[in-house]
Write a protein that binds this ligand. Structure first.
Ligand code: SAM
Length: 292
């Protein structure tokens, strides 16, 4: 049985593209026809009433705002890239998070947007064009082939890794997935999940070459989330990484399957509209990033 969470009950979110418009101007503009509020967790995110259709709104058409959900907008925010940094978006198409990184960096610094799939690169380029960012270099290739020692990438400070995943947190939500056992997967899914998880582990291990790394999925499955993180912990520790706590005020954390999983972040399909997962690795001593 597939039970769709009624679309109509979910609030709508738009991420203000601050490269093109400031949040208050967007709020004023959208507020002419709608009730609009600022989100209290993600800066630059606006909340609109359920069923608001903005697809043809001029601010959407001209890239001033992006139709991007809250959980998706938490990912680049968790990486917290600073203007002037060099940042790699390892698996980037269609580019929503790439465009968000550019906005967070206020257009300053450099972003490398890597994408394996040639067709999806087209979409990525369109998103980048729409965002107005001029500091993004698109790389059509395999992230696993990027050599961290190559001088052209050795100055990268932060990596956002949002690899291919099952998408189980965003598509039609099964009733059993709404129940507490997030680890459950159909037997027929197991092979696919194992394959995805193998790539995710490999990609995350490869990403542990900068100072800050965010790993995210739109999956609710432990095998693509906590298990991937747990598998790289010894390697991460040997490189001097710790798990930091993105959005410490957020209640829903990782499943308690290893010590430290409370640092991980989950969003819940039923409560939050989408099931996302975020992990943040950092080498910084900045105590603000950690839970005491
Ligand atoms: N971050 C994107 C966004 O927010 O718009 C979504 C990324 S999507 C979940 C994963 C992407 O990774 C897909 O476009 C897929 O083609 C790409 N991909 C898969 N394997 C890859 C690899 N080895 N190197 C680079 N990109 C890869």
């Amino acid at each position: 049985n597939l039970y769709q969470i009624p679309e109509v009950s979910k609030p709508r979110y738009v991420r203000v593209n601050t490269l093109k418009i400031d949040v208050d101007s967007a709020l004023l503009e959208l507020g002419r026809q709608n009730m609009v509020q600022k989100d209290d967790v993600v800066p630059d995110l606006l909340i609109l009433p359920p069923a608001t259709d903005l697809h043809n709104h001029p601010l959407v058409m001209n890239g001033s705002v992006f139709l991007q959900g809250k959980a998706s907008s938490m990912v680049a925010t968790a990486l917290d890239p600073k203007p002037g940094w060099e940042v790699l978006d390892a698996c980037s198409a269609p580019g929503n998070k790439t465009a968000h990184l550019a906005a967070l960096m206020r257009g300053k610094g450099k972003i490398i947007a890597c994408e394996l799939n040639k067709e999806r690169v087209k979409r990525l380029k369109e998103t980048i064009k729409l965002s107005g960012a001029s500091n993004i270099k698109v790389l059509n290739g395999d992230f696993l082939n990027i050599n961290p020692k190559d001088p052209s990438v050795s100055t990268i400070r932060a990596i956002l890794l949002d690899p291919s995943c099952s998408g189980s947190g965003t598509v039609s939500v099964r009733l059993d997935n709404l129940l507490p056992s997030y680890a459950a997967a159909d037997v027929k899914d197991t092979e696919r999940l194992n394959k995805l998880a193998a790539f995710q582990k490999k990609a995350l291990a490869h990403a542990l070459s900068s100072e800050r790394v965010v790993y995210s999925t739109c999956s609710i499955h432990q095998i693509e989330n906590e298990d991937v993180i747990e598998s790289v912990l010894p390697l991460a520790a040997s490189y001097g990484f710790q798990l930091a706590t993105p959005f410490p005020q957020w209640q829903r954390r990782g499943l308690p399957v290893f010590q430290g999983s409370q640092h991980l972040l989950r969003t819940d399909p039923a409560e939050d509209g989408e099931g996302f997962f975020i992990a943040l690795f950092t080498k910084e001593d900045n105590i603000n990033h950690f839970e005491k």
